[in-house]
Design a protein. Structure first.
Length: 521
């Protein structure tokens, strides 16, 4: 049976989705979900029904169901905001609402559906942007302590590729999940939804470094480019640029030849400063209070070596604002210092997305909402693949009352980095967006998904308590409030009223009322 809707054809027998002549790569569970919704399009499909059909009745988290629903919408050009094809029915489930035609396959249909050689290349979505994952390069130096160096090579290549708007680059936190794991590239590509995978290794000895890199095309399973570089340590930045340019040339030769785009960022004067920043990033991404403090100490040392090193300044500012947001540092002292560091970083390199991201965070935390939104728009123009910035942009929109745009930004962050250790934050932003939209049940489920990923995330407990209270689930609200007091002992109605940076007074009153209903004093 074939289902025809919008510009798509889903062949249930061949388990194949096409947009026109282009094949759309879809994960098996996502395809099962789509087929089930199409087969039952005349009714609302409950979550329990989906779990029974797609997961065989196994216990799965709400976050898993939400992420597969999001992936299904993405695959067919729909969004959680538009819901042109898949509609969420509050407290009921999902229903496929698009116009659908069906046809049985015969020999003629099979011939018509056969792809031409030009259309066999898989895509991560219905768009024509190639998607790529850069795996953490393997440390071949024999010293585990040198791991930061090989990670830094990978991180810089990801940053360089991310600035090219015609690539979809999987965020660092998702690709680094596979560090040290024996995973088949085909499976990895399917998990992340990418067309290409870059892998490599780094061997550092004294003042010399050997870097190997290989680009794999997942449509054929073969590598399309490979190179080895033997250089002095001081030449590592030029090697990174060469690798980036080679990837671009291999994937998009015509565009590369026409524009010859370079994604170089300003290198520090001293190699030691770069190494300190890479050490800092390895701690920053562990997302703990202790590691955040260690990251800042490495960054301060880098800045002492090179006071005009923009990357060190911008990551320091980001680390400081993140610590303030997570409640790890005093906001009144931290945010002004972060703003100064961000402005210095922008002065050093006006096109550094991290610097503008940090500045946007300081504006948000000090309630300069219009300036914050402008900074995040600029960040995402400089690096459309910056998942953390996408999420905080969504949070800013939610604090401004624009809940639908906020929800879309949060889900875009999850799409850009589907295996991110920061996914709890992204789910938290999506939960708050739904709370602002008065969709309390959905906000509650998203908050629970965030808590399952990170049990110490105070913001998620705040959202769970507030959403459950407004949804009339008093037991859930009471339990969430108890956990909130554990993770945030100083929580009070006064804290909610004074510390949450909400632009609209009506939204502040709404949030306070929810906590009062939950039993907070």
């Amino acid at each position: 049976m074939q289902f025809l809707f919008a510009d798509y054809v889903l062949d249930a027998d061949r388990r194949e989705l096409r947009c026109g002549a282009e094949r759309v790569v879809v994960e098996p569970q996502v395809l099962d979900l789509l087929i089930h919704l199409l087969q039952n399009r005349h009714r609302v499909v409950s979550k329990d029904d989906l779990i029974a059909s797609v997961w065989g009745g196994r216990i799965v988290s709400d976050g898993t169901v939400i992420s597969r629903t999001y992936a299904a919408r993405k695959a067919i050009g729909d969004t959680g905001q538009d819901q042109r094809l898949i509609r969420t029915i509050a407290r009921k489930g999902l229903r496929f609402v698009g116009e659908v035609r069906t046809r049985a396959k015969d020999a003629g249909d099979i011939a018509a559906a056969s792809p031409s050689p030009e259309s066999t290349r898989p895509r991560s979505s219905a768009t024509d942007r190639p998607a790529i994952a850069v795996l953490p390069f393997t440390n071949m130096s024999g010293d585990p302590e040198q791991g930061y160096f090989s990670d830094g090579i990978s991180e810089d290549i990801i940053a360089a590729l991310s600035r090219l708007r015609w690539f979809q680059v999987i965020a660092r936190n998702s690709s680094f999940v596979y560090k040290g794991k024996a995973v088949h590239l085909k499976q990895l590509a399917a998990d992340l939804g990418v067309d290409y995978v870059l892998e490599g290794s780094v061997r550092k000895a004294g003042h010399r470094v050997r870097i190997t890199a290989q680009l794999n095309d997942m449509s054929t399973g073969s590598h399309i480019w490979a190179e080895r570089y033997d250089r002095s340590i001081e030449d590592v930045f030029s090697v990174q640029d060469e690798i980036t340019e080679a990837i671009v040339a291999s994937i998009e030769p015509q565009l590369y030849a026409a524009e010859n785009i370079h994604a170089r960022r300003k290198a520090p004067e001293n190699m030691g400063a770069w190494e300190l920043v890479m050490r800092a990033l390895s701690h920053f991404w562990r997302v703990t209070q202790k590691d955040n403090a260690l990251a800042q100490s490495f960054l301060e040392k880098a800045i002492a070596i090179d006071p005009h090193y923009g990357q060190a300044l911008s990551v320091l500012a980001t680390s400081q604002t993140f610590g303030a947001y997570m409640g790890w540092a005093d906001m009144s002292a931290t945010v002004p210092a972060a703003e100064r560091a961000a402005l210095k970083a922008i002065q050093a390199d006006n096109e550094d997305p991290w610097a503008h991201h940090a500045l946007g965070c300081t504006y948000l935390l000090t309630r300069r909402f219009d300036e914050a939104l402008a900074e995040f728009v600029l960040v995402l123009r400089l690096n459309p693949n910056f998942s953390l910035a996408q999420a905080i942009y969504g949070l800013t929109l939610a604090f401004c009352g624009q809940w639908q745009n906020a929800d879309e930004a949060a889900r875009r962050a999850l799409r850009l980095s589907p295996r991110d250790p920061l996914s709890a934050l992204y789910y938290g932003v999506a939960s708050y967006a739904q709370f602002v939209g008065r969709n309390y049940d959905e906000a509650l489920q998203l908050a629970q998904a965030a808590i399952r990923l990170r049990s110490d995330y105070a913001s998620a407990y705040r959202l769970l308590a507030a959403s459950a209270a407004m949804a009339g689930q008093t037991d859930v609200a009471a339990s969430a409030l108890q956990e909130l007091r554990r993770t945030q002992p100083d929580i009070s109605l006064a804290w909610i009223a004074n510390q949450m940076p909400m632009k609209l007074e009506t939204e502040r009153e709404h949030y306070v009322a929810a906590f009062r209903r939950a039993g907070l004093e």
